[in-house]
Design a protein around this ligand. Sequence first.
Ligand SMILES: Nc1ncnc2c1ncn2[C@@H]1O[C@H](COP(=O)(O)OP(=O)(O)OP(=O)(O)O)[C@@H](O)[C@H]1O
Length: 722
Amino acid sequence: MSSLDPFRMIGKTLAGHFLVQSLVGEGRSSIVYKGLHIGPKKPVALKCFKLGSWLDAARAETFLKRFREESKAASQIGKENPHFVRSIGSGMTTSDDGVYVPYTVLEWLEGHSLAQDLTDRGLRGESGGRPLTELLVRFESVAKALTQAHEQDLVHGDLNLGSFFLVKEPGSESPTKILDLGVAKVIRDLSREIAPGEAPQLIATPSHAAPEQFDPKLGDWGPPTDVYALALVLVEVMRGRAISSAGEEKDFAAAALDPKKRPTPRSFGISVFDAVENAFAKAVALAPSERWSTVAEFWSELESAVRSEEPTRRVLPAEVLAEEESEEVQVPSTEPRPAMKPATDDTSPNGVLIDATGLASSAPPAVGASPPQVQAAAAAAAAAMPAAPAERERVSALPVPAPAPAPVGGGAPAKSIPAPTRSSPSAVGAGLVGVTKSTAPAAPPASGSGGLFKIPPPTPSPKKLDVGRITPAPPQPSDVAATGRASQPHAIPRPGLARSFPSTPAKPRSDLPPPKVSVTAPPVLSPLTAVPATTPATPARKPEPVEVRRDTPTMPIEPVSDVPRISPVEREAAPQAGPGAIEIKATPPPPPPEKVVENGADGARVVREMVPPPKANVSVGDLPSVMVDEPDQRKDKDTRQRETMRIAMPNAATPPVPWEAAGTNNALVAPATKEDSDSVVYPPRTVRRRRGLWGVALVSFLVVFVLGAIFIGLWHYSTELP
Ligand SMILES: Nc1ncnc2c1ncn2[C@@H]1O[C@H](COP(=O)(O)OP(=O)(O)OP(=O)(O)O)[C@@H](O)[C@H]1O
């Protein structure tokens, strides 16, 4: 195999849709090419798996079928959650060497993997790792995404630095994406099923494989498997260097299975707090059952550990905030803290979080994500940012004295909220833990400062301005550390603040009485409809019913024939009725229409009648179908005047509109409105009528007849004379 193109794929078209263009990179178990999705002309990544010779012709088809089935759930979550790379399809091809190559087609991502990032930083001489506080922010979204996958029984099974892709696309929904969710487990299961004993035992990356991946006796792969690997990835980033992947599989196995050699931060020389080390120790425990059972638990514990040890006023480095894709903003409010209740429901994605940094407030912030207020709060947050770099240095420094309790509630003694522990999962699980501000003990928070609270979210609605507002309430003694920093959805989180993993059950805080929250939604009346603005959003607008009114004057003329005056064009435009037809009754006569009488070239009298044709863009053209009930010309005049015309309209509920008809011989399709009629060009229709033609003929006939009879009579009389 060529090292430039190991499978010799470049230039091939896979499945008739994907042109392989260039090699992107080669990992342990796959080779990634850049390709072109020929139809939509979009770049794609073609990930070709190196499975080995056990996948032969006999097994290839079964493998592909099962691979597709098993990958369904993973590709589905990729469609729903932007933190996973999206899978477009999968297939099987053969290399020039006759090797069967299953492949997946993935959305193309601009950027590079976390592995590459670390390498690049090393090359740039940026030695040193990143502080855990920063990682907790940067990777919070992927931790949440993994939790979501676990809830759907999906295990990644091969997390490593290459599994995290740092997207460099402006406006990207998620700057960090997880690659290869579920692929390792699917391949492991299928290889065991299809080629038992032949396929390799270890599918995951040896340096990051959990003990149970080396020794199945310890248990099956599950969320703790990913917790283990994620912990190693965090350690690598904190350290600023990847764990060496050089070595034999058996050496990695020996290390992973050694109870005395746990890969914690300190084992790699990283100086961390005891609580942080303990959280990691549990994450990389030998037995899966001894680890954090979910990523959410691990994450919350790390946050708690960081909070419990560091000064509580932590300001995030500006560049982290700029790069972070998080969904929540912790916004310092300049207004008095509203009535709040403890965050007992951490599952609500729209929850507004109030944390505790002692920022004074003086007016009730609106809860309904009122844009102006959120902007004001965000501006206040931005104003607080300049202190960031200095603050970061101080935060990273070790050890750090415990924060002094901040006086709260207008001088009341501070009540410090204990750092959450496993024994107090209420705070840990939800990640909703108060932070006491220790950097400014002399400036106590104005009122009600304590804890991290979650205000029930307003009804999700794009028009949040009208949702309501929080009614301010007197400070609660229990609001020890609340600060009035509200976090709005789609805002930037800060480490150590609210964490709300979807999997974590809602747990009320036992140490705080429930403060009151009053969300009122004063009805806002629409000037036109007087419907409260809080009414559920109206569905997409249906087409306005078009009132078809025969208000264009037409000329009543003498009927020449009984053929109804509807042009072929009008007939074409009015073939059939549909649901929601509007009835238009042809009843009383219209105002006198314009009448043009002129002499034809042959002396005949020509009457020009202004007949409106169907209007293409409104009265007929926009309508899916039009049905015209033509007046039956055999009926008498009055009956015909009462004939109706129906124009089919989707969802039209317009009552019948009287059609001011003039006489019986009017065109049946008219512009819908006066405005429409203004824009309609009425081609004159010439009607020629020859008056008295038949009379002349008749008289002539009679004259000839009478004259003939006289002539014959006279001739007969003369011949009979002697
Ligand atoms: N969807 C994608 N868009 C763009 N580049 C991608 C995509 N998926 C993977 N890559 C890149 O392709 C290269 C090879 O990826 P691959 O997953 O095969 O290797 P790896 O993750 O480094 O190693 P391993 O297969 O051992 O996990 C990496 O640089 C990766 O960042």
